[in-house]
Design a protein around this ligand. Sequence first.
Ligand code: ATP
Length: 498
Amino acid sequence: MPGSSSSASYEKAKEVMAMATSVAASMMLVRSLANDLIPPEARSLLSYCLSGLQSRMAWRHTIVVEKTDGYYTNNVFYSVKTYLASRMENDNATRDVQRLRLSSGGFGLDDEDDPEKLVLGMEEGEEMIEVYQGAEFRWSLHSHDLPGDSSTTLGRGGGRQYYELTFHKKHKEKAIKAYVPHILATAKEIRDKDRPLTIYMNDGSDWSPMDLNHPSTFDTLAMDRTLKRSVIDDLDKFIKRKAYFKKIGKAWKRGYLLHGPPGIGKSSLIAAIANHLRFDIYDLELTGVHSNSDLRKLLIGMTNQSVLVIEDIDCTIDLKQRDDDSNTSSSTTKDDNNKQVTLSGLLNIIDGLWSTSGEERIIVFTTNYKDRLDPALLRPGRMDMHVHMGYCTTEAFRILVNNYHSIDYHATYPQIEALMEEVEVTPAEVAETLMRSEEPDVALHALIELLKSKKELLAESATTSTDQEEDCDRAKEDEEDSDDAKDNSGDDDNEAES
Ligand SMILES: Nc1ncnc2c1ncn2[C@@H]1O[C@H](COP(=O)(O)OP(=O)(O)OP(=O)(O)O)[C@@H](O)[C@H]1O
């Protein structure tokens, strides 16, 4: 009814007017009370503080990082989350933060990445301060509710989450050009460290990927301590020298030649290198590559930050083809492409196109027989480091026992170490024997038996070879006697002839 609705509006307006009048009256009362009760000095201090706060706020700049960007996930939000979580674990940054969140999940875009992993996070309303390059940056987490928004489920408690990064206006350039890139790079580094590595194997001219779950690390690798240190130092130095390689005009790659008998841990060292650098492995089986052009395609298809492995290089490629190749160097490109893969083809691609098309590449060749390799492979500058891995030393043996039985010493050590001085045993043989029992005592006695049997075999073969040498000497003597006899009879003949 129109009459009743206009009277209701009139009543409402009256109510609002009454409320406004009472608020104005209260404010006048508060002001006159403040004037009466607060001394003038305190009043001016208060007003100074309020104006200071106001001007300080004016100097503040804020960057907002929302969890979603329209309908899309905002990756930057997750990078910030990863970065702040790492700061909370490592730094004093959380000293003044009273409430933290603890949740499961990895650092990826999906919170459920790894349910085993515990991640610290910020609680809404808390503030974390970080000083970067002398500038203070304040982080806080908020959420705002957007009723009816389909993305509300993404936020905690039904809101859209966002981080606020606040800093002094004068640090704006530093924030955008240095601090934010630093956060993104650190978050990427953390994620890379967390992600499973991949091993690629060649299938025709393509790579097939598989998760690399090789547990070998430099800690578990049984190897001479000094040699191990020099390999680690060399890798670490290589990784830090991007600018250096650019300056000297060389491709940012490094070559290692691992040589030594089978079972001494060449594959374990490769896995340790990949785990140390967090690089993927490309395991190139050359017998499966049918032409130099397929090889080129495979090598160009590799990603940066990877290790190219060519095992048993002496067996998988016909090294002599290098000479044949140089003889037919005038052949056309078509001929080249159709030809079987050759060592020169491999070296040309590695030194040429492949070098310039990627960065942070490690190449590892392995061989059981270094002396069989083409000098082209051994030439300085091609394989930067030659790593000779020998039979198991007492030092390597102790590392293996520690790996498999978590002990540093056992009463059998003197006997085992004395035997190891006399016979050659590979780390693979030692590892296999140590795994036979979970009881260190049983496993170590099994190792003594293995070493003793090797010693007996050695003695037997020494006796056999002495016998053979004696037989050989005797046969030689007999031969010489019969030659002498023949010569004498010849003289007789010659004499007869003459
Ligand atoms: N130096 C080592 N440190 C730790 N474990 C080792 C070592 N050498 C061998 N092993 C153990 O022996 C197994 C075989 O070793 P690995 O495959 O690394 O030897 P390899 O030298 O690459 O042999 P091959 O030349 O036959 O490929 C490994 O899985 C590992 O368990």
